[in-house]
Write a protein that binds this ligand. Structure first.
Ligand SMILES: [Mg+2]
Length: 392
């Protein structure tokens, strides 16, 4: 099997006004859809973060992709010398291999150890928008949002995107969530490293009895995380200070983290995440899955990965419930009891709806900007806004 053509399509997808430490999600998030065509008439799908820059980078390596055998993943990885571009293409290559062999990607990654995959409710403070969820800018409002998400999708784990309200207000949010949902509910908070080491220690102390699964990236850097880790029994997780295999030795020596959040768009693809999970197991670390705003191709890939990795036992993060329309054919993914069924395949088990792809692609072309810019979106509300880090 050889790749005979590659189509790279940047898309802009409506996004609610979710708050984070950088500012606020602007009205669309950007992804790049990759279609690899094989000489036996198959199409492999991939979805990568980013907009124009990612699309241009993929176009620039077109001559390396055309003619490549999709089975030859490691040769592609060492040829590209660029983890992000490899990640974008590996997903589509695995989809081709799955379609050629009639097997789901979870089988290609080593076999399916679970038929359904747990996800966490990824809760954001937010402004009121065109979405159904309204304004969520207080601890009480966050409990209300969590209640509706748990009722609709049955999530058994809540992840709060923090770093938005004053730290004490976010402590209160966690306290109210624990009080409302009781001891059986998984609970996490992730302020995206916007707290100082001292603030992180103070917050961890206040949350010492909240029974958090973990505290995610309270502060920046391996040294800072290690300093916090020494002062709390709460496990620390990261998708910010350990994002490549080269970061692991220093983080392990410093005892900076207990859980690493895999992301197949970052960790050398789905096959790279399988390797990461093995390393985490050997080091005594847990492994979970990180998420950015994404579409159904990524949703399928994340679910195949979690289905194939025995120690990926933390509920994975996903922005998918914030999505109102996907570009896959048929119904959108639906969480039931907080789980997604593993797509049956072959490959990813999803197909593109070309009409929807064209609509999202047209939305991208109509934009003046080629990157998502949460800072400018925030400055439209507060002209003096600066994404300080640490802020508190
Ligand atoms: Mg995070």
């Amino acid at each position: 099997m050889r790749i005979v053509d590659m189509r790279v399509t940047p898309v802009a997808v409506p996004d609610p006004p979710l708050r984070n430490s950088w500012g606020i999600h602007e009205s669309a998030f950007l992804r790049v859809i990759i279609q690899l065509y094989s000489d036996d008439g198959l199409v492999g799908l991939g979805e990568a973060p980013g907009g124009g820059a990612t699309a241009r980078a993929l176009e620039a390596i077109r001559t390396l992709v055309i003619g490549h055998d999709p089975w030859q993943l490691e040769p592609l990885r060492v040829t590209l010398r660029n983890a992000r571009l490899f990640c974008a293409l590996e997903e589509a290559c695995l989809d081709l291999i799955g379609k050629a062999t009639g097997r789901p990607i979870s089988d290609l990654l080593g076999g399916t150890v679970r038929q359904r995959v747990p996800y966490a409710a990824y809760l954001f403070y937010k402004e009121a928008g065109d979405d159904e969820w309204g304004e969520v800018l207080s601890p009480e409002a966050m409990v209300g949002l969590a209640e509706r998400w748990v009722e609709r999708w049955g999530f058994r784990c809540l992840k709060v995107k923090g770093g938005v309200l004053e730290p004490d207000a976010e402590v209160e949010t966690v306290r109210l969530l624990r009080q409302h949902f009781g001891p059986g509910m998984g609970l996490r908070i992730d302020p995206n490293a916007v707290w100082s080491v001292e603030t992180s220690r103070r917050v961890a102390h206040k949350l010492r009895d909240a029974d958090l699964e973990y505290l995610e990236d309270p502060c920046a850097g391996i040294a800072g995380m290690a300093a916090v880790a020494r002062s709390t029994h709460i496990p620390l997780s990261t998708n910010m200070c350990v994002t490549a295999f080269e970061h692991i030795p220093e983080a392990f020596r410093a005892d900076a983290v207990s859980v690493v959040l895999a992301d197949h768009h970052v960790w050398e693809g789905l096959t790279g995440c399988v390797k990461l999970a093995k390393v985490c197991h050997a080091l005594g670390w847990g492994v979970g899955q990180h998420s950015n705003s994404h579409l159904g191709i990524t949703m399928a890939a994340m679910t195949h990965l979690a289905a194939a990795v025995p120690n990926l036992i933390y509920a994975s993060d996903s922005h998918y419930p914030w999505l109102e329309e996907d570009l896959i054919k048929g119904p959108m993914f639906h969480f039931a009891d907080g789980y997604l069924e593993v797509p049956k395949g072959p490959g990813l088990g999803v197909e593109l709806d070309e009409d929807k792809l064209e609509r999202f692609a047209a939305a991208y072309r109509e934009r003046q900007a080629h990157t998502r810019d949460d800072v400018t979106a925030m400055r439209e509300r507060d002209s003096s806004w600066l994404p300080l880090m640490p802020r508190w």
